[in-house]
Design a protein around this ligand. Structure first.
Ligand code: ZN
Length: 324
């Protein structure tokens, strides 16, 4: 009896197990149907994703030297270009060396827009060897560069320094107009199918540059004419020239100044009643704070390499004007 009971009970348990099993089976079917649906979604998503990749591949792959050029390329090339910069944010073009993965990325590029930085003298040839089909465009073509002596107004006694030209041509809206022209020509040659788009974008960018130039001219009034501002690294020579200012750099030939130089700089800064010494985030500027302490002025940042180029230039103009 007990056995039978147990047996029945077991049977009942068995039945209920079966029912559980049925439930599971039904559940599985539901899940399978669900999975089928999700599967479809996954496939659709994958197809969309792949086709978006196909579109990405259609974009003109462009490499530039520095981030401000990225801004210029995006303005003129819009969505038609895929642009990356060799000098990454935070890096200094003056100490730049490409990373191995950048050399690999370079092999897929169609265009390289050079800007005339010293590192290009060394590396452009190697870039060309790595990707012989890549067209290299010199956006500094037709720009009369100033010698470093013309943009550095230091009266240092150990003269005879840097015969080199000032490469910082991307910090003057007027000079960027000339670079924009080279960028346009490069894109038209590489991708003539979209000539209309590039032309329209180019014209809009030139208008932006004219507006920016006028805004900056407004910031520097007549009373700032000829006024000097002090910077650690001489990035702002063309900017200074465009807006009737004088740039006084702390650096001597790209190096921290010697103690003797430092004494001269402190004397100059005191004479000029310098209120601010501008440094840039990419270059460590220990002596800037030493001088600032001696002179009793502040240290502020003005970034010559920001990707948000237009807004950044306007901000720098306001900061410089505030320091005069
Ligand atoms: Zn520089």
């Amino acid at each position: 009896m007990t056995k039978g009971r147990f047996g029945r009970r077991r049977k009942t348990e068995g039945k209920s197990d079966l029912r559980e099993g049925e439930h599971i089976a039904v559940g599985k079917q539901k899940i399978m149907r669900g999975a089928g649906f999700i599967g479809c979604l996954v496939i659709i998503t994958a197809v969309c994703w792949m086709s978006s990749f196909a579109r990405a591949d259609e974009r003109v792959k462009v490499i530039v030297s520095i981030c401000p050029q990225k801004y210029f390329l995006k303005k003129i090339g819009g969505d038609l270009v895929d642009v990356s910069a060799m000098v990454l944010p935070g890096g200094s073009p003056h100490t730049y060396e490409p990373k191995p993965q950048q050399m690999v990325a370079l092999t897929k590029a169609k265009l390289y827009f050079a800007v005339g930085l010293p590192f290009e003298d060394v590396w452009l040839k190697k870039f060309a060897d790595a990707n012989p089909r890549m067209v290299i465009i010199h956006t500094d073509a037709g720009i009369a560069k100033l010698s470093m002596d013309e943009t550095q107004h230091h009266d240092l006694e150990n003269e005879g320094h840097s015969e080199g030209k000032d490469p910082h041509i991307w910090l003057s809206p007027a000079l960027v107009m000339l670079q924009a022209r080279q960028i346009l020509v490069g894109l038209l040659d590489a991708d003539p199918d979209h000539a209309q788009v590039y032309m329209t974008n180019y014209k809009a960018f030139i208008t932006e540059l004219v507006d920016l130039d006028l805004k900056i001219k407004d910031i520097f009034s007549r009373k700032t004419r000829g006024a000097a501002f002090m910077v650690f690294h001489p990035s702002w020579g063309y900017f200074a020239k465009a807006y009737d200012l004088r740039q006084i750099p702390v650096e001597v030939e790209g190096r921290e100044p010697s103690p003797k130089d430092l004494a001269n700089i402190v004397r100059d800064a005191k004479e000029m009643r310098v209120k601010v010494i501008f440094v840039q985030p990419q270059i460590s500027a220990k002596s800037a704070s030493v001088i600032a302490k001696e002179v009793g002025c502040r240290v502020m940042t003005a970034d010559p390499l920001a990707e948000d180029w237009s807004q950044n230039l306007l901000q720098a103009a306001e900061d410089f004007a505030g320091a005069l």
